[in-house]
Design a protein around this ligand. Sequence first.
Ligand code: F6R
Length: 263
Amino acid sequence: MLLVLKHNEDDLGREAARIVGNAVRRRAALRLGLATGSTTLGMYKELVRLHREEALDFSHVLTFNLDEYLGLSASHPQSFHCFMHTHFFAHVNIPAANIHIPDGSIQGNYDQYCRSYEEAIRDAGGIDLQILGIGRNGHIGFNEPTSSLGSRTRLKVLSQETIDDNRKFFGPAEEIPQCAITMGIGTILEAKRILLVASGESKAAAIANAIEGPITASVTASALQLHPDVTFIVDQAAGSRLQQQEYYRRVLEMTAVLTPDRL
Ligand code: F6R
């Protein structure tokens, strides 16, 4: 596990984009797992800049988003489809056919649909690099506390905490989705490399529990301790409750000397 501590959210976004950009340069047909959420905005902004100003080419990249609200069509302004198009896909050259986002408008045959999403990932050869945010309750994707650590893509009922966190994005009269389709923890752990971004004091406990706490379904991000190649990029506030900051700093220094390709 690598922990990269950044001064603020802007630095964090640039660092995440640098790692994604390098991965695309190394492998043009990168299979990229994507997340939405406010913490990812800086990363997408910088990736768009790298595309426009430094000719970062996404034309062979395949993407798989983690999740989508159930009951929202792709055109709904709060859908993750809309988020992705507004902040990323509309500004880079990923062919539409290479983009995969769970369809929140499906009605019925949920298991079959979720199986087909898993098959699409498998048929593509698996995910090379998975981007994650983290919820205040330690969720990754929409794998809420008590989700099975072996779970696959499926329907998930959102926790009250997550519904409350999302309320600000919806109008006062709008109904807030109660369920989502999300990749499972088992799905996420199969990615070759994982990059998790977190910013702000409200994420400090989740980050400390995920990295230094026990592996538990109560904090689903703690399952990342089982993965051999995870990088956490956090700002000062999100990293403030970590006990072993000094050790992580030394690991980073030695990694830069011994195995710089990991950075
Ligand atoms: C979104 C997702 C969620 C978010 C998490 C953090 O696709 O999978 O797990 O990454 O809720 O969201 P923000 O960054 O808005 O705090």
